[in-house]
Design a protein around this ligand. Sequence first.
Ligand SMILES: [Zn+2]
Length: 308
Amino acid sequence: MNDSWCIGVDLGGTSIKCGLVSPDNQIVERNSAPTLALQGPEQAAERIAQNVRVLLEYVPAGKHAQAIGICSPGPMDHATGVLIEPPNLGWKNVPFAKMVSERLNLPVTLEHDAKASALGEYHFGAGRGSDAMALIIVGTGVSAGIVIKGELYRGVHGTAGELGHITVDVDGPVCRCGSNGCVELFAAGPGIVSAYEYAAHTRVESAKAVALAAQNGDELAVRVFERAGRALGAGMGALAMLMDISTFVMFGGVVSAGELLLTPARNALKHYTYKSVGARARIVVGELGSDAGILGAVYSARAKGRGG
Ligand SMILES: [Zn+2]
């Protein structure tokens, strides 16, 4: 299975990216299509099947593709391949792996996007050479994929990695999850936008716009990112202390703000942990972009093929 040709699929809220992955983990051919989630999962499964059939034409003569790995936003059941209720797709309890598998007659494995990207970066990207790594996605929410000695840490019920809903301010604002002062309220895109709007008494389109304002010397915008980074660093510090994780690979739209976010995150991680733990911690930016999800989904499919 390790030396097999496979297809990786990154199913996102707006687009579906597919790649043909060689036995040595190179994406040798790729294509993409719009997700059009509103048309429903049957249509999306059909579009994936069409694009995968195109890629299968590129498998060398005499070889056969052996598995398909799909990564998508959660929540999902990795074991059964059911998408439970991904908010940015709007579908409910969809046996998506089965739907794609029936169309292509190949085994299909479904993996959470943060977890797939974590596997991708650990084995082929910025996490290479680390023993314990967390991939942190900071976008419209905050989530983490944890890889320890090459294997994903899922937890007993598959919910491990909910970094966005770790409390960093016990008296903080109420979160959509019902808790208070969650990391995500401060560090995710919507939290950055509303913090800036509140402080500056002005409307702003996105976290990217706040980052731009900060880069142009807007003090309020700089402070909003400082707090976002501090909340993020405190959350990552909890991960470092609990699980002895020393490599953090950063991913997602908000991370494009760069050091505006990462410098306060690094400082907070050091501040909220033991000196020795903080000194070991390394915060780096992901190297693979959306290829991390495709390569990680294939890694996951191969592992499942081996019974993992
Ligand atoms: Zn929460």
